[in-house]
Structures are given as C-alpha cells and as structure tokens.
Design a protein around this ligand. Structure first.
Ligand SMILES: Cc1cc2nc3c(=O)[nH]c(=O)nc-3n(C[C@H](O)[C@H](O)[C@H](O)COP(=O)(O)OP(=O)(O)OC[C@H]3O[C@@H](n4cnc5c(N)ncnc54)[C@H](O)[C@@H]3O)c2cc1C
Length: 150
C-alpha cells in the first residue's frame, strides 16, 4: 500500500480522506479517486440513489439496463467504494446472514427455498456482469467461490 500523505484530511466522522490508504482495493484502482464536485443546484431526476457502494451501484446499473431513458443520480458524499464496499474481503458468496431454517420458521418453506435460490443465482449474475463489463477478476473470484461450495 502506498504511503499515506501526512496532510490527509478527515471526514466528518474522523475517517481519512486519503482514500488509497483505506484498502487494498482502493489502492489498486487506476482512477485518481478525487471526489466529484458537490451539487451546486437542485437536480431533476427520475431516481436519486444515495450512496455509491455496492447496493447503490447495482441499483443504478439495473435501473439503467431496465430503462436506458431513466435519469438516475447516484449521490455519494465521499467517493464510490468509500464504505464497506471498498474495503471488504472480496468474497463473492451466496451466504445469507439468516439461516434457511429460521427463514422457513418465520416465512415458510417456500420463502426459505426461494431466498436460497435467489442468493445462489447472485454468484452467476456477478460473474455474468463482470464478464460483460470487462471486470474479469471479479468473475473469476465468483466462479472460484461457487466451485468451492460445490
Ligand atoms: C471488513 C468487511 C469485510 C466484508 N467482507 C465481505 C465479503 O468478503 N463478501 C461480501 O459479500 N460482503 C462482505 N462485507 C459486507 C459488504 O462489504 C457490505 O454488505 C456491502 O459493501 C454494503 O454495501 P452498501 O452499498 O450497502 O454500503 P457501503 O459500501 O457502506 O456504501 C454506502 C455509501 O453511502 C455513502 N453515504 C453514506 N451516507 C451518505 C449521505 N448522506 N450522502 C451521500 N452518500 C452517503 C458512503 O460514503 C458509502 O460510500 C464485508 C464488510 C466489511 C466491513
């Protein structure tokens, strides 16, 4: 990891804005990691998404695929990947924090099965999108994890 600048500023929550020093992933990004300018004027959009982490980015991605005419604003107070999405373990896993048995108890067997099927499908989906968009490493990581799970 590159050396952190001695003059690195802090966010309002005391986190460093030397973004590259926050994780291996951010340190590896060829982008300059400069935050975009703040909005100067109100925006008129169809969908405003707050937070450019994985959830915000996937949401914007699929909305744009579903309707390319949608005006989508993705609002981020730091840089894309500043949160957990930019400093996680990088595992592409279909593990769901709630075990199927507990889902079945509260929502029924079919809901538990549907949740498991949907989670399993995400592995292939990440692989497909990563391949289609040229994010090859992620596709390989996803396949690797799926293979390990058999
Ligand atoms: C150490 C660690 C390891 C992990 N390992 C894995 C793993 O191996 N595999 C896995 O699948 N998951 C892993 N996770 C979980 C995964 O990283 C998170 O579930 C996922 O990144 C959450 O994405 P998110 O978009 O909801 O949140 P975040 O990535 O946190 O994104 C939220 C974004 O919103 C921005 N924001 C917040 N408030 C505002 C505001 N008011 N205005 C504008 N922007 C705002 C933040 O700056 C941030 O960029 C890990 C998490 C951690 C912390």
């Amino acid at each position: 990891m590159r050396a952190q600048s001695a003059a690195a500023a802090k966010t309002s929550r005391g986190l460093t804005t030397d973004y590259r020093s926050r994780s291996f992933w951010l340190d590896d990004v060829p982008d300059d990691l400069c935050p975009q300018p703040a909005l100067g004027t109100p925006l008129d959009v169809d969908v405003a998404i707050v937070g450019a982490g994985l959830n915000g980015l996937w949401t914007a991605y699929y909305l744009a695929k579903a309707d390319p005419h949608l005006r989508i604003a993705l609002l981020e107070k730091e840089i894309a990947g500043f949160g957990a999405s930019g400093r996680n373990g990088g595992w592409c896993s279909f593990a769901f924090p709630t075990p199927p048995a507990r889902i079945a108890k509260t929502h029924g067997q079919e809901a538990a099965r549907a949740t498991l099927r949907a989670m399993q499908a995400t592995i292939d989906e990440v692989g497909h999108v990563a391949t289609a968009e040229g994010i090859v490493d992620a596709a390989l990581a996803g396949r690797h994890r799926a293979d390990r799970r058999g």
